[in-house]
Write a protein that binds this ligand. Structure first.
Ligand code: NAD
Length: 281
């Protein structure tokens, strides 16, 4: 029997409705709309596409988003000064630094400078520490999107085997901690993991964030598992592919997110959700 499709677009609509209400409440409480500052270094075309999508989603939710664009050759003190100005700006509740930064700008500058109360994409040292220690924390929005899909689809976590494929700072590692803190038994795998299928076949919940199209096939999935495909690879023809071979996986899994139309639908909404939380801090 084919798996249930975890439809990111349908879930996103429900989340958007909830956030609309929260944004109205925040505006009434603050006397202004919640504010998100999006900071970008340079004019990379892919970043521009991402920013315009985020601006549209912000408008739909009722959050006032502004873009701050720094020159390609901004130096580390210039980047720090920009973030510090946004930290001090009372109309800014959340700050999103678009990553990756150019090689001459260490990401650590952002991780150390951004005010943890405005760190709505969970990249500061404080956010990472809070997550590790299971204190309330902002988390990377992609990982929040995965949990939102699992929760809204009533997929049970306590005591179940969760396997995360990918161990990056922005997706794999924080996601593994979030699943652990929801009482799943968690395995993290990565590019050096031998016999990946041995691990993935044990997963009741399989979350894949490797950036390798087709990495996970149906034969690597435990029958009935919930499969969350975080991967996004843009093919030369512009089509988007996930990390899971959907055609074979859908025959084995119990539930599965498509790509496109899955996790990616929720990521920006989670950033805005955390921005609305930031208005209360
Ligand atoms: P990354 O390159 O920083 O990390 C990839 C991780 O996957 C690494 O830990 C690596 O060891 C592991 N990996 C690579 N090849 C592997 C293999 N063959 N077997 C097992 N593990 C392997 O990437 P990232 O930033 O974590 O992003 C991962 C994917 O998620 C990308 O496709 C990215 O585009 C996507 N992504 C999606 C969203 C979204 O909103 N849906 C947001 C962020 C990232």
């Amino acid at each position: 029997m084919a798996a249930e499709i975890l439809d990111g677009r349908r879930i996103a609509q429900a989340v958007r409705d909830d956030l609309n209400k929260q944004a109205q409440e925040a505006a009434a409480r603050l006397g202004r709309r919640a504010g998100l500052a999006i900071v970008r270094v340079g004019d990379d075309p892919a970043s521009l596409v991402y920013t315009s999508a985020l601006l549209r989603t912000s408008e739909a939710v009722g959050v006032s988003a502004t873009t701050v664009i720094l020159a390609d050759d901004v130096d580390p003190p210039g980047l720090s000064a920009c973030i510090e100005a946004l930290n001090a700006d009372e109309s800014v509740d959340g700050i999103l630094m678009q990553l990756p930064l150019p090689p001459h700008l260490p990401q650590r500058i952002v991780a150390e400078t951004i005010d943890p109360r405005k760190d709505v994409d969970g990249i500061s040292l404080r956010s990472a520490g809070n997550l590790f220690l299971r204190f309330p924390s902002f988390v990377p929005s992609t990982t929040a999107a995965v949990l939102e899909i699992l929760d809204r689809s009533q997929i049970r976590l306590p005591g179940r085997q969760a396997v995360v494929v990918g161990a990056s700072n922005v997706v794999g590692k924080p996601l593994a901690f979030m699943l652990l803190h929801r009482d799943a038994t968690v395995t993290i795998t990565h590019i050096y993991t031998g016999d990946l299928a041995h691990w993935t076949r044990q997963a009741d919940i399989l979350a894949v964030a490797a950036g390798r199209p087709g990495l996970i096939t149906g034969a690597m999935i435990k029958p009935g598992a919930a499969v969350i495909d975080v991967g996004i690879t843009v093919r030369p023809d512009g089509a988007i592919e996930g990390d899971v071979d959907f055609a074979s996986a859908v025959q084995v899994a119990g539930a599965i997110t498509p790509v496109p139309g899955g996790v990616g639908q929720l990521t920006n909404l989670m950033l805005l959700k955390q921005t609305l939380v930031a208005t209360t801090l």
